[in-house]
Design a protein around this ligand. Structure first.
Ligand code: NAD
Length: 466
């Protein structure tokens, strides 16, 4: 199948127009889903669930691996479409990387060991814990890593014997429709259904009485709305919400050695990543050297249209996000912070390009530090006492990820334990692995994805005791 064939298969003649965020050009129309199409998809997924569960774990894993093979066969078409719709370049840790991640996640999810757990076996009593399918899982996703996050939601759900109705972000419906089209070429009918639409369709999905669990990845305010609408049905929830991850650079770190890791920690996917490094605290002894080395790395990273093989950074996916980033940087500038790189977007451009921006000597209470910018603008705060840095890092309503940068990993671990976040990385930021549990604390949500623990979140525990 060519790029054009895949696109024409999944798009609609009329429907919602989807534009390329780099050029403003129309890519295609996405079918316009609504509450009526949602009803049909949920009842089809409900009807398909018993047979899917009855296939057994081995067969389901075989089909997940077949889905990974199918994605591999169409990897380039999928990457091109993802690049055009989301904006991320083909190269760098971007579109091809994301499609490769989908394959890796599917295969690893299919290989995770999930055995019955014998809890008590003392000669008198025997208790074993097993996991049963929950039923129909509703999945709602964001626009930043649309294909990869779709896989994070549907792969473990399907593995555990559930069927899935997914609503992709209205900003990136084509990527998820294309991925699902490829995956569904090997899955039984109605096991994995997509319904496009906006927040209204998402709200109807999360309030639907025939949905047994919601997997949601998106912003904290939407997570709270979902929690409210899911309450009447006591629907189970996994909420992967926003973050404002802090990184702490200790005085013994080597500024040149960590510069590239800091750069990608903050600017991967042009900053539009849930667990990106969003505020950096650097000890005064090495502050200037860290800023200088980071700026030097940033200058070497070309930003532009995603289909140009040279680029490793792209536009913001949508104008609303561009406006948020631009507003935060302007306010930081007006507050007296020093813009050491970027901060000067081209006016009247057709795309949503905001340049890589590094803001130094910024007040720790500035809004660019205290809110999630979700774009390519990193504030760097100076500190003199590590206890202060930890206090500032923890002074946030969210707690998704964090990082500590040091030449002494043991000392860094001690600092890591004091950071309030679901994951703390040492000398990198944001590296994830399908075998390793991932989830947020505080207002970054709850529930775990990935690994065996992630699988358990997509089953209902059952104890059998005699
Ligand atoms: P968003 O909350 O605006 O939208 C996410 C999805 O929710 C979309 O599909 C949207 O249509 C739907 N939605 C909107 N209103 C709804 C409602 N009332 N009920 C149900 N669904 C509704 O988020 P976004 O702007 O697409 O994504 C950016 C946010 O996602 C950032 O805050 C980012 O940090 C977060 N995010 C978190 C993770 C994670 O793993 N923790 C990963 C990626 C993104």
């Amino acid at each position: 199948m060519s790029d054009a064939d895949l696109l024409s298969t999944i798009s609609a003649d009329s429907g919602t127009p989807v534009h390329d965020p780099a050029t403003g050009e129309l890519i295609a129309h996405a079918p316009a889903g609504d509450v009526a199409t949602l009803e049909e998809a949920i009842s089809a997924a409900r009807a398909a669930q018993p047979a899917w569960a009855a296939l057994g774990d081995d067969k389901r894993c075989e089909l997940l691996n077949a889905a990974a093979d199918a994605i591999e066969r169409h990897a380039e078409e999928l990457a091109v479409l993802l690049s055009r719709e989301q904006g991320k370049p083909l190269n760098g840790p971007n579109a091809r990387f994301e499609v490769g991640g989908c394959v890796g996640w599917l295969r690893t999810t299919a290989a995770l060991p999930l055995e019955p757990e014998v809890i008590v076996d003392d000669g008198e009593k025997h208790a074993v814990l097993e996991y049963r399918p929950i039923g129909v899982v509703g999945a709602i996703g964001p626009w930043n890593w649309p294909m990869m996050i779709a896989v994070w939601q549907f792969a473990p759900a399907l593995r555990m014997g559930n069927t899935v109705v997914m609503k992709p972000s209205e900003n990136t419906p084509l990527s998820v429709l294309a991925l699902a089209h490829v995956v569904n070429s090997v899955l039984p009918d109605d096991v994995f259904r997509i319904v496009t639409g906006d927040g209204e369709v998402g709200a109807a999905l999360s309030a639907h009485p025939d949905i047994d669990k919601i997997m949601f990845t998106g912003s904290t305010p939407t997570g709270k709305a979902i929690m409210r609408s899911a309450a009447d049905n006591l629907v189970r929830l996994t909420l992967e919400l926003g973050g404002n991850d802090a990184g702490i650079v200790l005085p013994d770190a080597d500024p040149a050695a960590i510069a590239e890791g800091l750069f990608w920690g903050a600017f991967i996917n042009t900053g539009q990543t849930c667990a990106a490094l969003k505020r950096l605290y650097v000890h005064e002894d090495i502050y200037d050297a860290v800023v200088e080395n980071l700026v030097a790395v940033a200058r070497q990273m070309p930003m532009g249209v995603g289909l140009d093989e040279n680029n490793v950074l792209g536009p913001l996916q949508n104008r609303a996000q561009y406006d948020i980033v631009a507003g935060l940087v302007e306010a930081a500038r007006e507050s007296g912070a020093r813009i050491v790189l970027g901060g000067d977007p081209e006016a009247d451009q057709p795309g949503n390009f905001y340049p890589t921006t590094i803001v130094a000597d910024i007040d720790p209470d500035n809004e660019l530090v205290t809110t999630e910018q979700f774009g390519p603008a990193l504030p760097i705060v100076r500190y003199s006492d590590v206890d202060d840095a930890i206090r500032m890092a923890n002074d946030s309503p969210v707690g998704l990820g964090g990082s500590v940068w040091s030449s002494d990993p043991e000392g860094a671990r001690d600092v890591a334990r004091r950071i309030q976040a679901g994951t703390v990385w040492i000398n990198n930021h944001g590296a994830i692995d399908p075998r390793v549990p991932f989830g947020g604390i505080k207002e970054s949500g709850y529930g775990i994805e990935f690994g065996v623990q992630g699988l358990k979140g997509l089953g209902v525990p059952q104890v059998i005791m005699n």
